[in-house]
Design a protein around this ligand. Sequence first.
Ligand SMILES: [Zn+2]
Length: 299
Amino acid sequence: MEQKKSRLLRLTLMGGQARVFLCDTTEMAQKARDIHNASNTCSAAMGRMIAATAIMGAGLKSEGDRITVTINGGGPAGPLCAIAGPDGKVKVTIEHPEIELVRKPNGKLDVGGAIGKDGQMTVMRSFNFGEPYVGRVALVSGEIAEDFAMYYLESEQTPSLCALGTLVAEDIVSAGGILIQAMPGCSEELLDALELRSELFSAMSQLLRDMTLEEIVTGCFRGLEPEILEEIPLQLTCDCSREYIERVLLSMGVEEIEDMIRTQNGCNVHCHFCRRDYSFTGEELRALIAEASAGEQPE
Ligand SMILES: [Zn+2]
């Protein structure tokens, strides 16, 4: 079966009374499962996280702005983290991707059990210029969609309906999500209509398995004047590079680097998002220090 390209649609309802972000992230969830060699439960957790963070990223204003979401619930899978930008690029990692739990009595993967719910979700918005903005909410269930909805309600005072889904069999069958936000001045009529239809979205992964995004828009928002404003292509990709790792090493300070030269004659840096390894010999580290101190001296 050929996989659909991951993408996100941004739309409005009833002339802007509500806004909607809807995405299909099946291909990205599969890639994350492969990179991290993840269990079914952790694949579902990452799949939901990818969709939610891609949606948040799509709400950012300028190129270079970034959203970093960390969910730390104290569960056996450890912290889950994803980073996204307005360009549709997302990366994700989970501390223990191998953790598997038995399915819940309703047959669903126990994402909340793996992530845990005794902790926080932290959302950091960093901008090209200026200080980052950090928001935190206590976790509701560790099931991710409810936690995101709580974040939007508490820190942005925006009533939001958030549904995320990842259907896992041998491979990822479907993954994606939807966020619906009532804008100020939204009519009671529209709120009621959305409330009535919210049940539809609880089966998000089935909708995404059976329909295209456009079919979901027409099918689920019939009579609510959906208007698609923008389509953003999405991609799971890591922006790490040797130059980036060099900057990270330098930010640790010369003393720290000299210590690595002395004790291990080099170092190995592992990127948690793409699982690439970068190794530096003692000589390369020495050259790095020399280059940095040369750059600091005025001509
Ligand atoms: Zn990387």
